[in-house]
Design a protein around this ligand. Structure first.
Ligand SMILES: *[C@@H]1O[C@H](CO)[C@@H](O)[C@H](O)[C@H]1NC(C)=O
Ligand SMILES: *[C@@H]1O[C@H](CO)[C@@H](O)[C@H](O)[C@H]1NC(C)=O
Length: 573
């Protein structure tokens, strides 16, 4: 009878706490002088453990409690309940391994106490899988992709998180980020699977996302994601405002490449990072141009929603653009440290792009002249964080209707469509580059959808864009978007998502361990396969299995474009 009750209680505990393992103290020895030793032995059964917390409850108060497998987080005032967390080298256990924690202490009664203990597996974060009830019956649920991609950006947030943060395993981080004179540089997004804020790709991502919102607002509205989408782009836009610390001074990177050798979550960073800025003596027309473009686009998105914020964005966009045009230089030459990551080949494309966005925002022909002066004609390599020539071609065609822009972007797409100079994988991926192959084609899919809506080769461009995006979403038999669709990646190269739930410590072992990431990084698009459609879901392969803000930008906007087509009755089956 007693056994039955104990079992019932035990089951109840397991059910309510999720993945807790239970044990009772065994092999108890009286060490003399009121001291005892005992063992807490846990059998992991079928489950990999990635970090643990252990709660030990004694039958009577214990003082001088010690053990060597973990660190004591806290104990109850009456000294009966002790909370432990694993040490950096004791947190990972494979299925069917045994954890034996030797404990010692001073007992207060007539002999050693009894104890029960439970072990919480920190591979579980208790975050419920997000669901969406809006399903239009399209082959892939674009509404769900939009929701999850926005959540990916929430997982990339740096700084003080808002109360409505949905990513339960994320907390406040990098609160010490500041400029050379103490300016507040908290906020923004971590770039990828690392904990660095790179302004250049962050800004180009913001421009691409905002363009998608401006053109395909109907998709965000229909999927119930419109408010979340405004919050999504507002997060980096607020940061760009903070970065503009002087008329001709702009912070463009927080953190340096040295941190790539550290495998840890951003919440654990305690040191003040190195910061990098461009100014009159260290110009960066490329990065400043992209900030200006993002902020001009941001103005357009917010002008009817929050005009104070929008006007501020436009005012700073104009100043930053003026700085970009007046003090010319490539930022990766002015600041050599950034060259290894997001070096810039050219700044003409950004100056043209910034001019085009400012013209769209203001109708001031000075900016159109700027866009034309720096315009990069002919077939473009493709839209990316470092090359905006194709985007400028599309935008300038939209703004002016002039044939030369249309002809240039048509040549760009002749290269990208089958038969052009961009190779195709056997399963139909337009393979521009082995680094993040999927985002390059996703960026172009977004531009193709825009052009199709502008009346340029509408049917062919739409079919092509849909084919590329469907490749990403599952047409090869697997999804390349974390937490979405069939057989999605479970080992994306991402520090935060691969680390156990706090307060369990992280470290290199979490890069190399076999099991899936403890946290599902919903919506993150991984780099993607090679030109033969080969892909392995390997956390250590950052060429094909990292995620990045930049990867999701054009991708999310393209998915919004497809959903918009569906809503307008134009999506071909
Ligand atoms: C000791 O404190 C814990 C936590 O505050 C409480 O749950 C427990 O009942 C207390 N035990 C005794 C013996 O007072
Ligand atoms: C720019 O001009 C167009 C066409 O005349 C007009 O629709 C638009 O509202 C104007 N935009 C601004 C920002 O003045």
């Amino acid at each position: 009878m007693i056994k039955t009750i104990a079992l019932a209680v035990c089951l109840l505990v397991i059910l309510t706490r999720g993945h807790a393992l239970q044990t009772a103290m065994s092999k108890v020895k009286d060490l003399g002088n009121g001291r005892f030793e005992g063992h807490l032995i846990f059998h992991t059964h079928g489950e990999d453990i990635a970090g643990w917390e252990c709660i030990v409850t004694f039958s009577e108060p214990v003082t001088g409690f010690s053990e060597w497998m973990g660190d004591i987080l806290k104990h109850s005032d009456n000294n009966t309940v002790f909370y432990l967390v694993n040490k950096p080298n004791t947190g990972i256990l494979q299925a069917r391994q045994t954890l034996d924690i030797t404990i010692q202490g001073q007992y207060s009664g007539s002999g050693p106490p009894t104890a029960t203990a439970e072990l919480l597996n920190m591979a579980h974060d208790g975050m419920a899988a997000p669901t969406i009830s809006i399903d239009d019956g399209t082959k892939y649920n674009y509404n769900e992709v939009l929701m999850k991609s926005i959540m990916f950006y929430e997982a990339q947030r740096s700084g003080k998180l808002p109360d409505d943060n949905r990513i339960t395993w994320r907390g406040d981080s990098s609160l010490l980020d500041q400029g050379d004179n103490g300016e507040d540089l908290t906020g923004g997004w971590y770039d990828a699977g690392d904990n660095i804020k790179f302004g250049f790709p962050m800004a180009s991502t913001t421009t691409m996302l905002t363009w998608g919102l401006l053109r395909y607002k109907d998709a965000y509205q229909h999927s119930g994601q419109l408010d979340k989408m405004y919050e999504c782009i507002r997060w980096p836009l607020e940061w760009f405002l903070k970065c503009h610390t002087g008329t001709n001074e702009l912070y463009i990177q927080v953190g340096d490449g040295k941190s790539h050798s550290i495998w840890d979550r951003p919440e654990s960073i305690t040191t003040r990072p190195t910061v990098f800025k461009v100014d009159e003596n260290h110009p960066g027309s490329d990065v400043a141009g992209e900030y200006a473009a993002a902020m001009a686009a941001g103005y357009l998105a917010f002008k009817d929603k929050d005009s104070v914020f929008a006007d501020k964005l436009l005012q700073h966009a104009k100043q930053i653009n003026n700085f970009a045009v007046t003090y010319k230089g490539k930022y990766s030459e002015s600041i050599p440290e950034v060259a290894a990551f997001y070096g810039s080949g050219n700044y003409n494309d950004e100056l043209s792009w910034a001019g085009a966005w400012l013209y769209k925002a203001t109708n001031d022909t000075t900016y159109l002249t700027q866009a034309d002066t720096y315009y990069v004609g002919g077939a473009s390599w493709g839209q990316s964080w470092g090359d905006k020539a194709a985007g400028a071609q599309v935008l300038l065609y939209e703004e002016t209707g002039m044939d030369k822009y249309k002809q240039d972007v048509e040549s760009t797409f002749r290269n990208w469509m089958p038969g052009g100079n961009v190779p195709y994988s056997p399963k139909g991926l337009a393979f521009r580059n082995p680094w993040g192959s999927l985002r390059h084609t996703s960026n172009m899919a977004f531009l193709a959808l825009l052009l199709a809506d502008d009346g340029v080769h509408s049917s062919a461009y739409r079919d092509w864009a849909k084919g590329q995006i469907h490749y990403v979403l599952g047409d090869t038999g697997r999804s390349f978007v974390v937490g979405f669709g069939v057989n999605p990646p479970v080992h994306p190269h991402h520090r935060g998502a691969s680390c156990p739930t706090m307060p369990a410590p992280c470290g290199m072992a979490y890069l190399t361990r076999k099991g899936p990431n403890p946290h599902v990084l919903y919506g993150g698009l991984v780099g993607g396969p090679d030109e033969h459609d080969r892909y392995t879901d390997d956390r250590q392969n950052y060429q094909i299995n990292e995620v990045a803000c930049d990867y999701n930008g054009g991708f999310q906007s393209a998915v919004a474009g497809l959903e918009s087509l569906f809503l307008r009755g134009l999506l071909h089956p």
